[in-house]
Design a protein around this ligand. Structure first.
Ligand SMILES: *[C@@H]1O[C@H](CO)[C@@H](O)[C@H](O)[C@H]1NC(C)=O
Ligand SMILES: *[C@@H]1O[C@H](CO)[C@@H](O)[C@H](O)[C@H]1NC(C)=O
Ligand SMILES: *[C@@H]1O[C@H](CO)[C@@H](O)[C@H](O)[C@H]1NC(C)=O
Ligand SMILES: *[C@@H]1O[C@H](CO)[C@@H](O)[C@H](O)[C@H]1NC(C)=O
Ligand SMILES: *[C@@H]1O[C@H](CO)[C@@H](O)[C@H](O)[C@H]1NC(C)=O
Ligand SMILES: *[C@@H]1O[C@H](CO)[C@@H](O)[C@H](O)[C@H]1NC(C)=O
Ligand SMILES: *[C@@H]1O[C@H](CO)[C@@H](O)[C@H](O)[C@H]1NC(C)=O
Ligand SMILES: *[C@@H]1O[C@H](CO)[C@@H](O)[C@H](O)[C@H]1NC(C)=O
Length: 499
C-alpha cells in the first residue's frame, strides 16, 4: 500500500520531471546551421507548422504552396477562421526574398499552454526565391523584432504576432531564448527553448547583465569590441604575441578599461544586431580578418592545424572523432544598460564558434565511417555586425521589448559560456563609440536592408573537407555529398571579391 503509493508518487514525480525537462523545456530544434524552429498551430482546425524563431525580422510568414522538396504548407482553404485581405506584401533578405498575401488567422503554440491563442497578421508566402532551403525542416518564420522591419506592401502595415499578443493581453510581453547548441557530441541536431514571460519573475535577476536596445527596429545593441581572450586551460598557447593587441583592450588601467575607439565605432557603424535567425557572428570585414588571423595563429601555436579554407572561406573541417578545442575564447563586449560608462563581456568558448555541422558515428549497416565536422562560426559581414545564434548558445537571453533591453545570463545547457563585468570606462561609451548616430534614411534602409534572415548560413555546397590534425592518422579527406543547400555566406564572399 505505502509502497505502491510511493511508486505512484514517484511515477508522477518522474512524469512531471520529464515533461518539465523534455516537454516544456525544449521546444526548439533545428538541423546544424539552420537556426531554431518552433511548432505552431495555424487556423481552425489547427494546422501544425514549424517556423524559425527569428529576432532579425518582424512578420510571421508561412509557406502556402508546396515546394520542390516539401509538401508541408498552410492550406488556407481548410481554415474556417481565416480572413484574407488580398493585399500583397513582400520581404527581401540579403539573399532571398518572398512575395505573399496578407491574411489574419489564429496562432497557437502547443509547447506554450499559458500563451493564449491569438488572431494575428500572417503573410502567406505565394512565391519565393532562395528563401526556403532544400531539405530544411521549417515552413516559415516567426519574426520577433519591431514593426519598422516588418514585411511591406502598399498602404499595408503588417502587425507582428507579438504586437497582437500584447494588444490582446493588454500588457507588454517579454520572451526568452535559451539556445543549447548540439544535442550531444554525437548528434548535431540543436535544441533550445522559447518562453514568454510576463509576470514570471526572473529566477535570479542579480546574475543578469543587460544591454540597451539602441533602436527598436531590429534588436540593435552597442557592441564595444570583439576580441580573443586566452583560454583558462593551463596555457596551451605559448605564443606570446598572440594576445598582445587583445589584452590591451581589457587591461584595467587605473581602474578603467581601455576601449579602442576605432574598433567600437566600426562595429556599430551601420548597425549591430542580435539575430537568432542568423547562424554566425558576422563582423565588419577588417575586424573579421583581424580576429580570424589571430585565431589561426593561436591554433598554429597550439598545433591545431586547420586549413585556411576553413578559417576564411566557410569550409568544413572533419575528423573521425569529436574534437575538444584548445583555442582561445571569443569575448564580445556589450554596452551596459544601467550605466553607459560600463560594458560587460560575453565569453564564448571554442565550442560556440567551432560549430558542429556533422556528427556521425560509424554504422555497420550502411558502412559509413565516423565523421565529425566543424565550421567556423564567424564570417565577414561587410559593414555590419550580427550576433547570430552562435553568440547566444550557452546563455539565456531575455528580450524585454517594451523596456528596451536584452538580458544575458549563463544557462544550464549548451557550451560553457560565461559573462564577466561590468567594466568601467572613463567616458560615455555611447558618445565615444558614436552609438546613436541618426539613421540616414529609415524608409530606404529598411527596405533595402531588410535581410533579417540573412542567414541561416549553412552547409556549403560543394565542400571539401579537410583537416589534418597534429598527427597524420587523423587525415581525412572526404567529399561530403554535395549538398543542395545554398551557402549565403559564400555567396556574400564572392560578391565582395568580384566587387
Ligand atoms: C485540407 O482539406 C482537404 C480536403 O478537405 C484534405 O484532404 C486535407 O488533408 C486537408 N489538409 C489539412 C492540412 O488539414
Ligand atoms: C538527435 O537528436 C534529436 C533531438 O533529440 C532526435 O530527434 C534525433 O533522432 C537524434 N538523432 C540521432 C541520429 O540520434
Ligand atoms: C581558471 O583558472 C583559475 C586559476 O588559474 C582556476 O582557479 C579556475 O578554476 C579556472 N577556471 C576554469 C573554468 O578552468
Ligand atoms: C611575453 O611578453 C611580455 C611583454 O610583452 C614579456 O615581458 C615576456 O618576457 C614575454 N614572455 C615570453 C615567454 O616571451
Ligand atoms: C565602476 O563604476 C561604478 C559606478 O560608477 C563604481 O561603483 C565602481 O566602484 C567602479 N568600479 C571600479 C573597479 O572602478
Ligand atoms: C557513438 O560512439 C561513441 C563511442 O563509440 C558512443 O559513446 C556513443 O554513444 C555513440 N553515439 C551514438 C548516438 O551511437
Ligand atoms: C521588462 O522590463 C519592465 C520594465 O523595467 C519590467 O517591469 C518587467 O518586469 C521586465 N520583464 C521581465 C520579464 O523581466
Ligand atoms: C533543390 O533540390 C531540387 C531537386 O532536388 C533541385 O532541382 C533544386 O535546384 C534545389 N534547389 C536549391 C536552391 O538548391
Amino acid at each position: 500500500m505505502t509502497m505502491s503509493r510511493i511508486c505512484v508518487s514517484f511515477a508522477i514525480f518522474l512524469f512531471v520531471f520529464l515533461s518539465k525537462c523534455y516537454g516544456e523545456e525544449y521546444n526548439l530544434s533545428g538541423e546544424a546551421g539552420q537556426a531554431y524552429a518552433i511548432e505552431i498551430n495555424v487556423g481552425h482546425p489547427h494546422q501544425k507548422l514549424s517556423v524559425l524563431v527569428d529576432t532579425g525580422s518582424t512578420t510571421l510568414a508561412i509557406a502556402s504552396y508546396a515546394r520542390q522538396d516539401s509538401d508541408i504548407y498552410f492550406q488556407s482553404k481548410n481554415s474556417s477562421s481565416i480572413y484574407d485581405s488580398a493585399k500583397e506584401v513582400q520581404a527581401k533578405y540579403s539573399q532571398g526574398m518572398w512575395v505573399g498575401r496578407l491574411v489574419t488567422d489564429f496562432i497557437q503554440f502547443p509547447s506554450l499552454p499559458s500563451v493564449p491563442e491569438v488572431r494575428s497578421d500572417i503573410a502567406l508566402i505565394t512565391k519565393s526565391h532562395k528563401f526556403f532551403m532544400n531539405g530544411s525542416g521549417w515552413q516559415g518564420l516567426l519574426g520577433l523584432a519591431y514593426l519598422p522591419v516588418g514585411a511591406w506592401g502598399e498602404n499595408v502595415i503588417v502587425e507582428s504576432w507579438l504586437d497582437s499578443l500584447d494588444r490582446m493581453l493588454n500588457k507588454p510581453m517579454s520572451f526568452k531564448l535559451k539556445l543549447c547548441g548540439a544535442h550531444s557530441a554525437y548528434n548535431a541536431t540543436h535544441i533550445g527553448s522559447f518562453k514568454m514571460l510576463e509576470d514570471d519573475p526572473i529566477t535570479n535577476p542579480n546574475t543578469m547583465f543587460r544591454t540597451t536596445i539602441l533602436r527598436k527596429r531590429w534588436y540593435e545593441v552597442g557592441v564595444i569590441s570583439i576580441r580573443l581572450i586566452p583560454s583558462n586551460a593551463s596555457n596551451t598557447i605559448t605564443n606570446n604575441t598572440t594576445f598582445k593587441q587583445l589584452t590591451t583592450d581589457s587591461d584595467a588601467k587605473g581602474g578603467f578599461s581601455e576601449v579602442n575607439q576605432e574598433t567600437c565605432t566600426k562595429l556599430n557603424d551601420e548597425k549591430s544586431i542580435v539575430d537568432s535567425g542568423t547562424t554566425n557572428i558576422r563582423l565588419p570585414d577588417l575586424l573579421f580578418r583581424q580576429v580570424v588571423d589571430e585565431l589561426r595563429n593561436a591554433a598554429q601555436a597550439s598545433n591545431v592545424l586547420i586549413l585556411d579554407e576553413v578559417w576564411y572561406h566557410g569550409e568544413a573541417a572533419c575528423w573521425p572523432e569529436p574534437q575538444e578545442w584548445s583555442l582561445p575564447w571569443l569575448a564580445v563586449d556589450l554596452l551596459n544598460d544601467d550605466n553607459d560608462r560600463q560594458y560587460f563581456t560575453l565569453e564564448l568558448p571554442p565550442q560556440n564558434y567551432m560549430r558542429v555541422v556533422t556528427a556521425r558515428n560509424s554504422s555497420e549497416h550502411s558502412g559509413s565511417v565516423s565523421e565529425f565536422c566543424y565550421k567556423l562560426g564567424l564570417e565577414a559581414g561587410g559593414k555590419e555586425t550580427v550576433l547570430g545564434y552562435t553568440a547566444m548558445e550557452g546563455f539565456e537571453v531575455l528580450f524585454n521589448r517594451s523596456a528596451g533591453w536584452i538580458g544575458f545570463q549563463t544557462s544550464n545547457c549548451g557550451p560553457n559560456a560565461r559573462i564577466s563585468g561590468p567594466y568601467n570606462f572613463s567616458r560615455s561609451l555611447v558618445t565615444y563609440c558614436q552609438l546613436t548616430r541618426p539613421v540616414i534614411d529609415t524608409a530606404i534602409s529598411i527596405k533595402a536592408a531588410q535581410w533579417a534572415l540573412c542567414v541561416v548560413s549553412i552547409i556549403a555546397g560543394g565542400v571539401l573537407v579537410y583537416l589534418l590534425a597534429p598527427c597524420v592518422k587523423m587525415m581525412l579527406v572526404k567529399q561530403m555529398p554535395s549538398s543542395p543547400q545554398i551557402s549565403l555566406s559564400q555567396a556574400a564572399l564572392f560578391e565582395q571579391e568580384s566587387a
